[in-house]
Design a binder for this molecule. Structure first.
Ligand SMILES: *Cc1c(COP(=O)(O)O)cnc(C)c1O
Length: 365
């Protein structure tokens, strides 16, 4: 398996350092972190590294991944991120210690299922603060659910409340929307007459607030995937986290063709292999290389970031990526390997694809 391509090279030493760095920042702010493994397909080596780096809680939207965590590390607390399906409750209760919830029907069903299994389950109620994916939208509905769990669902424990921002609605977490979350937490605490364990202030998009000290007091938990693995968010949000390694993941693909060709296709233009009507810019003839990696492996190829900055990504299809190497100082040959940094979407695809080999860089242990 040593020299099989395409592959993603995963530097576990740098990953462990990222975990330690982020946990350090979180600790300074009184925040605990659940490491999110769905973006890396819960690869076993990565799970081991996250645990070695000090994470005590891991989360995912997929039960098979939480089962993987429990198989490897029974002592690690697991958190189910996607609102559970009624059809998966029994399995969920067996492999996840906590779940995020927004529906009374589901909460009651969890309680019944726990009773049957003679166990208990912790829940975090999610609040929608404007991103318009999951979450209670009306404050009173949130309070009703909290009180129901607290007083009537004997086998379900109300662990806290949380929110998710920046996933569907692209809403940036700030002191206003997260301040509302801490206000709602305080109101629930007043009504149930005890403190909540967790006030979960979001995902990687909340990290900028953690770094500049503006995370509202009262937020004591974040669920972080992207920020542990990549530094792609710094391209979109106005912050930098220079202590983190941005090259934990490197995609490597092999050149299978190099030819001088025009930049504009010749003939009647219809749609590409995926039914999209693409635009082709005519920039004259240039030196193009074909790489043996494609959209089946990675999704959107234009999110590949070449380490050789003179390389331009042109596009591709299911099994090919096309790059422009005209301006590169390196004289690429057939069989050469081209390396890329990646963004979140490519992380998701490349770690789950059986066609992308994984090479792990490990420390001496
Ligand atoms: C995916 C997800 C996260 C983690 O998101 P990152 O951007 O990878 O940090 C956190 N919470 C929920 C509910 C999620 O679905």
């Amino acid at each position: 398996m040593e020299n099989l391509y395409p592959r993603t090279v995963i530097d576990l030493i740098k990953l462990k350092s990222n975990v330690e760095t982020l946990l350090g920042k979180a600790k300074e702010n009184g925040v605990t972190i659940s490491g999110v493994v769905k973006g890396v397909n819960a690869l076993p080596e990565i799970i081991d590294t996250l645990v070695a780096g000090g994470l005590c809680s891991l989360s995912s939207s997929r039960l098979s991944q939480l089962e993987q965590v429990k198989n490897q590390h029974p002592e690690i607390e697991t958190l189910m991120l996607r609102i559970p399906m009624l059809s998966e409750l029994e399995r969920m209760i067996l492999c996840s210690d906590i779940s995020l919830n927004t529906e009374i029907t589901t909460l009651k069903a969890i309680n019944d299922c726990c009773q049957k299994l003679n166990t208990t389950h912790d829940v975090i109620l999610m609040v929608d603060l404007g991103d318009l994916r999951e979450g209670f939208f009306e404050d009173e509905h949130l309070f009703e659910a909290a009180i129901l769990v607290e007083n009537n669902l004997e086998h379900v424990h109300l662990r806290g409340i949380g929110t998710n921002l920046g996933c569907y609605g692209s809403v940036q977490p700030d002191q206003t929307n997260l301040g509302r979350l801490t206000d709602l937490a305080a109101e629930i605490e007043r009504r149930i007459e005890r403190p909540l364990g967790i006030v979960s202030g979001g995902a990687s998009t909340s990290v900028p607030l953690l770094l500049n000290g503006s995370l509202p007091k009262g937020i004591n938990h974040l669920r972080i995937g992207d920020n542990l693995f990549l530094r792609d968010m710094e391209n979109y949000f106005d912050y930098t986290f220079p202590e983190m390694h941005g090259d934990v993941f490197t995609i490597e693909a092999e050149i299978i063709e190099i030819k001088e060709k025009p930049s504009h296709p010749i003939g009647t233009i219809t749609v590409d292999a995926f039914g999209n009507k693409a635009q082709y810019q005519d920039i004259g003839s240039h030196k193009r290389a074909l790489l043996a990696i494609g959209r089946q492996d990675l999704g959107d190829l234009t999110k590949l970031v070449p380490y050789d900055s003179a390389i331009k990504l042109i596009g591709g299809s299911s099994d090919h990526a096309i790059i422009d190497i005209t301006n590169s100082e390196k004289n690429y040959q057939i069989g050469d390997v081209v390396s890329f940094n990646i963004e979140y979407e490519l992380l998701l695809y490349s770690t789950s694809s059986p066609y992308v080999y994984k090479k792990f860089i490990k420390g001496v242990s």
